[in-house]
Design a protein around this ligand. Structure first.
Ligand code: ADP
Length: 218
């Protein structure tokens, strides 16, 4: 089953499970591996294949043809040794894209040193994201690299009732309104002629600090 589009997910705890189910939802074939029989049983009908196995054993992974996959995710967090041993095997197989979850900075550093291509810190990143949501009127927030972010928020009074082109939102607040949603309607692209109403939802993009400021304005 190691087709171009398939992904092996090792460790089906809360993170690995959510990830694997989302991939299946998007019609990606998933081989799930976990050493806990209860976890395997629970997911038996939801994933393409689920196998009970210890991922720290090279021969076990080879038997499952894990070395033939192009993409693999190590979603083991708590058991540091298992995470590191598994990641190291996947790298030695030459898998093109290996993702691994880290539960601390030191853990992430070791995974990177092993050659893991994408190290993710789900709890740390989610904590930061929620902090942004808690602070202002933000309904959603995503930060990209290079200090760039997008926020979903309600419009501050200074932009309501004016054409976006006349509102000075870029010069005054340093953000660009990229999309707008009227109550009960879908999001559409915003243009200079768009007039924002108080009960609209908008998506604004800009420097992280500017987007934060913008969502804190009344
Ligand atoms: P989460 O916080 O996302 O729930 P955990 O680290 O608690 O993540 O869960 C990791 C999962 O990985 C557990 O279901 C556990 O059974 C599984 N696991 C741990 N070590 C191994 C291993 N050596 N081989 C296969 N699965 C493992």
């Amino acid at each position: 089953m190691a087709g171009n589009d398939s992904v092996v997910v090792i460790g089906l705890g809360r993170f690995g499970r959510a990830l694997a189910l989302e991939l299946v939802d998007e019609e990606t074939e998933v081989l799930g591996i976990d050493e806990n029989p209860e976890v395997v049983q629970m997911l038996a009908r939801s994933l393409t294949h689920v196998v009970r196995a210890d991922s720290t054993k090279e021969e076990v992974l080879r038997q499952l043809a894990v070395h033939e996959f192009d993409r693999a995710v190590v979603a083991i967090g708590t058991d540091l040794e298992a995470s590191i041993l598994t990641a190291s095997l996947l790298i030695s197989f030459g898998i093109r894209d290996v993702w691994a979850k880290a539960i601390s900075e030191a853990h992430g550093r070791i995974l990177s040193q092993l050659g893991v291509h994408h190290v993710v810190y789900p709890e740390h990143d989610m904590g930061q994201r929620v902090a942004h949501l808690v602070r202002g009127r933000m309904m959603d927030y995503i930060e990209f690299e290079d200090d760039f972010a997008m926020v979903k928020t309600t419009p501050p009074a200074s932009v309501v009732g004016k054409r976006l082109g006349d509102s000075g939102v870029r010069t005054r607040h340093g953000v660009t309104v990229v999309a707008i949603k009227r109550p009960g309607q879908d999001f559409t692209y915003a243009t200079a002629d768009t007039v924002v109403e108080a009960d609209d939802t908008i998506i604004a993009a800009g420097r992280t600090r500017a987007t934060e400021h913008f969502s804190e304005l009344q």
